[in-house]
Design a binder for this molecule. Structure first.
Ligand code: ADP
Ligand code: MG
Length: 354
């Protein structure tokens, strides 16, 4: 539905320097796909959305939507709609008038407008709220109005720029699932922007991880989490234990003398690499278990409900974090007393970067 070819954009700063917001981005968004742009503040997410919607003009490269070149097309003639973080509702208009706005501009007759508004409000769970003013709604309800307004004209593509970040955690998690369901029902493509990795993993068919105006990796949530292509992606997408070193057979040897076992690698890897062990891959070793282990002195044990987070240090002084399911609480009780833990891992779960 969308194709970006070598899309580039630089801004001049007030100080007279330049910032590369988009650095030759190539991206294909599929029909009916939920694609998320994930990255830290300032990496170019909003600029990328605005280039697609037409509010930012590219310096180079091109954008096609549904096979048509958008270069000379103003925003209002693109088959695209945007939902913003701050809702951007008209405060003096009712919910119904807000949602109907684009239809009114397009000259749709009143009876049809009323019908479409009712059905759009129903889709976002606000049936019968036409007469309210935005200020008479909660933040979550206002965001739903903004959504209804954006989907009423059935765009081929919906762009969402951090639409949930103003909501509190529980509401945000509920809305994540609702949005995903809505996208399925509508059968249109969503390009969703967030800086929250959990949100990206929860909602997306695919995630594009951005940094410095470049796509670092584009893949399914599982592939991005399990097989990050570089250490930026590894650390941005979740807690990581990274061990840099040289490969030696089925081991990676760190400069300070640790040996990390890994699965035999199919692909050719350079002699220098980084081994990634996610915290939840560690388990508390029973005696004589046939797994490699790392001994740590524990600094902190944090109970977060579903898991315990163990923060420890190896004899070499390296920080290690492990996540132990809360149903292993008797084992955790033991290490809590000794302040020492033997962390085991399966070499098959170790991912090599490099
Ligand atoms: P994100 O949405 O990922 O936080 P943005 O796309 O808003 O990032 O910005 C990317 C970079 O471009 C940032 O360094 C930002 O300061 C810069 N930038 C964005 N818009 C402008 C603008 N209108 N003028 C100057 N610099 C801008
Ligand atoms: Mg932004």
């Amino acid at each position: 539905i969308v194709r970006l070819v070598e899309a580039s954009k630089a801004f001049t700063t007030p100080e007279g320097g330049t910032v590369t917001a988009l650095d030759r981005i190539n991206l294909d968004v599929r029909r009916n796909e939920f694609l998320t742009l994930l990255g830290p503040s300032g990496c170019g997410k909003t600029t990328l959305l605005q280039a697609i919607s037409g509010f930012v003009e590219l310096d180079g490269g091109s954008i096609l939507i549904d096979g048509e070149d958008m270069t000379d097309r103003p925003p209002y003639r693109r088959p695209v709609n945007t939902v913003f973080q701050n809702y951007a509702l008209f405060p003096h208009m009712t919910v119904g008038e807000n949602v109907a706005y684009s239809l009114e501009v397009a000259g749709v007759a009143k009876p049809q407008r009323r019908e479409k508004v009712a059905s759009a409000l129903k889709m976002v769970g606000l049936e019968g709220m036409e007469a309210r003013k935005p200020r008479q709604l909660s933040g979550g309800q206002q965001q739903r109005v903004a959504l209804a307004r954006a989907i009423i004209a059935r765009p081929k593509l919906l762009l969402l720029d951090e639409p949930l970040s103003a909501l509190d955690k529980n509401l945000r998690q509920a809305m994540q699932i609702e949005l995903k369901t809505l996208q399925n029902e509508l059968g249109i493509s969503f390009i969703f922007v967030t800086h929250d990795q959990q949100e990206a993993l929860t909602m997306s068919d695919r995630v594009a991880v951005l940094s410095g105006g470049r796509i670092q990796q584009l893949d399914t949530p599982r592939a991005i989490y399990d097989h990050p292509v570089n250490t930026f992606v590894a650390t941005f997408i979740g807690a990581s234990n990274l061990f840099e070193g040289r490969l030696d057979g089925d081991r990676l040897m760190t400069a300070d003398g640790m040996a990390i076992r890994h699965r035999p690698c199919e692909r050719k890897i350079s002699a220098e690499a980084t081994a990634l062990i996610r915290p939840e891959q560690f388990f508390l070793a029973e005696d004589n278990a046939p797994f490699p282990t790392i001994d740590v002195d524990l600094d902190q044990i944090v109970f977060v409900g579903s898991t315990f987070e163990l923060f420890g240090r190896t004899a070499e002084g390296r920080k290690v974090v492990a996540e132990i399911p809360a149903n292993r609480r008797s084992l955790v009780g033991t290490v809590e007393q000794t302040r020492k833990a033997r962390l085991a891992y399966d070499p098959a779960a170790v991912h090599l970067i490099g």
